[in-house]
Ligand binder design. Structure first.
Ligand code: ZN
Ligand code: ZN
Length: 136
């Protein structure tokens, strides 16, 4: 058990963040993150960077809507977009302790709302493999 107290190197954290870590490193980092706040925060910072890059690639796919599940300390947070009346789009985000939404003029605006509002509510969140974000 003692080995978990050793912080992963920033190279290992980086590999984990971008998804290029070997299985051995993946296991080691994941176990360590469960017990180490400092490394979670360090990873959150680098992961948001990677995440922003992904977002920049994903959003230009016009005509697709975002569906997301983020597993947070408050439980899973779901995001969906429905088409509403009058050509509007309804973005909704909910979890155990929240239920929010907004009516948007375009699908792109609704996608952006879901992404932005989630990151405002959970600025420390980093996506694990249990999170899902997809455009469909
Ligand atoms: Zn650590
Ligand atoms: Zn997430």
């Amino acid at each position: 058990m003692g080995s978990q107290k050793v912080h992963p190197s920033s190279d290992e954290l980086e590999a984990y963040a971008v998804g290029s870590a070997s299985d051995a490193i993946l296991d080691k980092v994941e176990e360590h993150l469960l017990i180490c706040e400092r490394c979670r925060i360090e990873l959150a910072l680098s992961d948001q960077y990677v995440w922003a890059m992904k977002k920049a690639v994903a959003v230009p796919e016009a005509g697709r809507r975002l569906r997301s599940i983020h597993v947070t300390e408050d439980g899973p947070i779901f995001g969906t977009i429905h088409s509403g009346a009058d050509g509007k789009w309804i973005a909704r985000q909910w979890g155990r302790q929240l239920d929010g939404g907004r009516t948007c003029d375009s699908m792109e605006e609704a996608n952006a709302y879901l992404i932005d509002s989630f990151h405002q509510m959970f600025p420390e969140h980093f996506c694990s493999e249990t999170c899902r974000e997809e455009f469909f």
